[in-house]
Design a protein around this ligand. Structure first.
Ligand SMILES: NC(=O)c1ccc[n+]([C@@H]2O[C@H](COP(=O)([O-])OP(=O)(O)OC[C@H]3O[C@@H](n4cnc5c(N)ncnc54)[C@H](O)[C@@H]3O)[C@@H](O)[C@H]2O)c1
Ligand SMILES: O=C(O)C1=N[C@H](C(=O)O)CCC1
Length: 266
């Protein structure tokens, strides 16, 4: 069997650790290296709390990609580092699966162009959880009948970006099927700035950050006399791993950039 050679960036992070376990426990994946901020020259197994994998850790992505020659980079870091890593991976002809959120529209356009130019796959997935993808798809379906909608995304308080990648993606999907609309009273005024949340094509997005949470989202729809609530909850980070596995396998067979798992899961 030809194994997919993978490098994970952000191996000590909450998602990174789960991804290391996924790589270790998946027969057709071979973890050939990791990119960390520290621990240069160590093996993954030398670092406390990480699984027993013999692969080396690098702090420099260029050295890592040159020496390990992976098929795929899985990036689970921060918005600034993730965009740098993804561009670098594509420039080396290495496919990328990006779970890191907080990329701008300009980043996505640039990465799309790079992937096309190189003719290699790149998957940017704001949410790897299957239930979250269904929540987004169901919300898009509901928006055909309910044109008034507000999104409330709730995450742990270590999250760097707001609104969440999932919240933005949900608003994008909904805006594809409804006419742009200003919601609420035409003359409404925010007494405290930010009270009505962020706005995307007239859709209001509210971000909650609290300790104890992992990743949750409610999409609230209203029309005369009725309302509909679509909610998804991730209670642990293992919930994202079947999506990561699917992306690593899929990215090997595509030759352009895909933004969002809803384009992969029918
Ligand atoms: N797509 C999804 O389903 C999904 C799910 C959960 C989290 N996320 C996103 O994944 C990212 C990581 O989330 P997390 O909760 O694991 O965060 P985290 O803070 O626990 O982990 C991030 C890791 O990146 C590392 N890092 C920072 N700079 C680095 C560098 N230069 N080189 C290598 N590593 C570096 C940090 O040391 C840290 O260990 C975030 O952007 C988050 O929004 C996406
Ligand atoms: O923990 C996070 O950070 C998450 N971010 C994703 C987002 O921004 O949508 C979703 C899953 C968890």
């Amino acid at each position: 069997m030809n194994k997919v050679k993978v490098v994970v960036a952000g191996p000590r992070g909450r998602m990174g650790i789960e991804a290391l376990h996924l790589m270790k426990n998946t027969e057709n994946f071979e973890l050939v290296g990791a990119i960390d901020r520290v621990n240069e020259g160590k093996k993954i197994s030398d670092v406390e709390g990480l699984p027993a994998i013999d692969a080396p850790i690098y702090t420099d992505i260029h050295t890592c990609l040159t020496e390990t020659k992976p098929d795929v980079l899985v990036d689970l870091t921060t918005p600034e580092i993730g965009r740098l890593h993804t561009k670098t991976a594509l420039s080396y002809g290495v496919r990328a699966v990006v779970g890191t959120t907080g990329f701008s529209e300009e980043d996505l356009t640039e990465l799309k162009e790079m992937a096309e130019e190189k003719g290699i796959g790149c998957i940017i997935a704001p949410n790897f959880a299957i239930g979250a993808i269904l929540m987004m798809k169901f919300s898009q379906m509901a928006a055909r009948y309910f044109s008034d909608v507000e999104i409330i995304e709730l995450h742990h308080d270590r999250k760097l970006d707001a609104p969440s990648g999932t919240g933005i993606k949900t608003a994008e999907l909904i805006s594809k099927v409804r006419e742009p609309k200003k919601q609420g009273h035409p003359e409404e005024k925010e007494i405290i700035e930010g009270a009505r949340g962020a706005e995307f094509d007239g859709i209001h997005l509210h971000s909650v950050r609290l300790p104890g949470l992992i990743a949750h989202q409610e999409v609230l729809f209203g029309r005369d006399g009725e309302s509909l609530k679509i909610r998804h909850d991730s209670y642990n980070r293992a919930s994202f791993m079947s999506g990561v596995e699917l992306c690593v396998n899929t990215v090997m067979n595509i030759d352009s950039l895909v933004y969002g798992l809803e384009n992969i899961i029918e």
